[in-house]
Design a protein around this ligand. Structure first.
Ligand SMILES: *Cc1c(COP(=O)(O)O)cnc(C)c1O
Length: 480
């Protein structure tokens, strides 16, 4: 059962609100030139306020969200974001600000941004941070653009970027868009970097090495210092894809173990709600050597006053209008202040223990190849069910029947039939137990009644969809 569109619910003459008749005695034709006037009334649904409320509440019930249920979407960190962050970012003192206001009238928000960038610098062990990029992918792009500018200034832009086969797709995209060739190296059987393979490809043509740590297998790469030595010896930079810092907060500082550049996803680790494609934040941190390449403007403090500095010697310029997505910065700031140093560390401890607990509960039923050193997420495989004709997609769809969002599937690419599970720190043991029970139940169903999985989901408002039809034949029109 799926609802009608709001247009299909329209009844001629039905209204939500009526306004008193205008008391001006001029005709509209006398005010606006005829060419700007509508010939026909706008095509709007005619509905009552109650119709509107029911319509949207019904639609929201069809959807999944973190407030409704568990959302173990690996790599995406769908943690619960405290509502206080949203509330404070929406207070009129912030929302009424205009980016063109003179600096002396916006000292408060400048102070907040200045302090936030310093907190992120401290968390990551970087010398400075730019808050301007608005997504992880854009943070990466900004970071590699700075690295390229650095190499160019030194007379040789270099030719390639090395990354492991477990990398997120945005890494090779960043490399390509910056005019570099991507050199992919295979992970070893522990899910870590094969140092000899790295030594073979790292040379004076290498601009940077991009690593996600913990990597997309959820494994902490233990050889970072050795890797950094190899990379630094050829004059290249160590880039950390820090989209997901949930395992490291207050425990490891990327700057302390050899990384030169790191981006953060405010909308993963630092508590901006996401999933609807809404505005994000992808700040970027750099070591001292790259500071003069940061985007403009940078927020600085002088004699107790905050101001934008546009005079940065080697700046790569602007990467977004104004100063990026400021409301996400407010959320991150509130989140960091609420937690404090100890709280941040507990975030990571709980994220790691939750993932390990869940892995232990289901590892007898689903193959987990890379187990040692699992941090905030782990990757199980659905391949042992292939003999019953069941694939990971069927397991994911069946989970919806139990009221759970599916994990990330078929990523990372190096695990066949991957189910990438990230419970996050905000879930209780009871929720993890329920999810594990559902997973175990599904494993049994796969053997005993595979057709049940092939037909899933059956309890959701929309049943099994053709995964590719919407891409090939997108239809967003309503019926006239
Ligand atoms: C999410 C993610 C990105 C990209 O972040 P966006 O904000 O979606 O652009 C990059 N790398 C990793 C490892 C991620 O999980």
């Amino acid at each position: 059962m799926i609802t009608k569109t709001i247009f299909e619910k329209s009844q001629p003459g039905r209204v939500g609100y009526t306004l008193p008749k205008l008391k001006i005695d001029r005709k509209i034709e006398d005010i606006f030139p005829a060419e700007y006037l509508r010939k026909e009334p706008p095509h709007l649904p005619e509905v009552s306020e109650l119709d509107v409320m029911r319509h949207y509440i019904e639609l929201s019930n069809y959807n999944h969200c973190i407030e409704k249920g568990f959302y173990p979407l690996g790599s995406c960190t769908m943690k619960y974001n405290p509502k206080i962050n949203d509330e404070l970012s929406a207070i009129p003192k912030f929302t009424a600000l205009h980016p063109e206001q003179p600096e002396e009238t916006i000292q408060g928000i400048l102070k907040l941004m200045y302090e936030l960038k310093n907190m992120l610098a401290e968390i990551s062990g970087m010398a400075d941070v730019s808050l301007q990029p608005v997504a992880g992918a854009q943070g990466e792009f900004t970071g590699i653009t700075m690295i390229r500018a650095y190499h160019e200034k030194n007379g040789n832009a270099r030719k390639n970027i090395i990354l492991p086969d477990s990398a997120h797709g945005t890494n090779p995209a960043t490399s390509t868009l910056n005019g570099y060739k991507t050199v992919e190296i295979k992970s070893n059987d522990k899910g870590m970097i094969d140092l000899s393979a790295l030594k073979e490809v790292a040379d004076e043509d290498t601009a940077a090495f991009m690593l996600t740590n913990p990597n997309t297998l959820g494994i902490f790469e233990e050889q970072v210092e050795e890797i950094a030595e190899i990379i630094h010896n050829v004059g290249a930079f160590m880039y950390l894809d820090g989209a997901n810092l949930n395992a490291l907060l207050g425990i490891v500082r990327p700057g302390d173990i050899g990384f030169d550049v790191v981006h953060f996803n405010l909308h993963k680790t630092f508590s901006t709600p996401h999933g609807g494609g809404g505005p994000g934040g992808g700040p970027i941190g750099v070591i001292d050597k790259l500071r003069t390449f940061l985007p403009i403007p940078q927020i600085e403090k002088k004699d107790d006053k905050y101001h934008f500095n546009y005079e940065i010697e080697n700046t790569i310029g602007k990467v977004h209008t104004f100063y990026g997505n400021v409301s996400q910065m407010i959320r991150a700031y509130v989140y960091l202040y609420m937690l404090g140093k100890n709280g941040l560390k507990r975030v990571s401890e709980n994220a790691v223990i939750n993932a390990n607990y869940l892995m232990k509960k289901i590892e007898d039923y689903y193959d987990v190849k890379y187990k040692k050193g699992v941090m905030h997420e782990f990757v199980a495989s659905g391949s042992s069910f292939n003999k019953y004709g069941v694939h990971t997609i069927d397991i994911a769809k069946r989970l919806l029947d139990f009221g759970f969002h599916a994990p990330t599937v078929y990523f990372p690419l190096i695990v066949p039939e991957a189910l990438m599970i990230e419970p996050t720190e905000t879930e209780t043991k009871e929720t993890l137990d329920k999810f594990a029970d559902a997973m175990i139940n599904i494993a049994k169903e796969a053997e005993q009644n595979p057709q049940l999985l092939k037909n899933a989901p059956t309890n959701t408002p929309i049943k099994r969809l053709d995964e590719v039809r919407a891409v090939k034949k997108l239809n967003v029109r309503f019926k006239e």
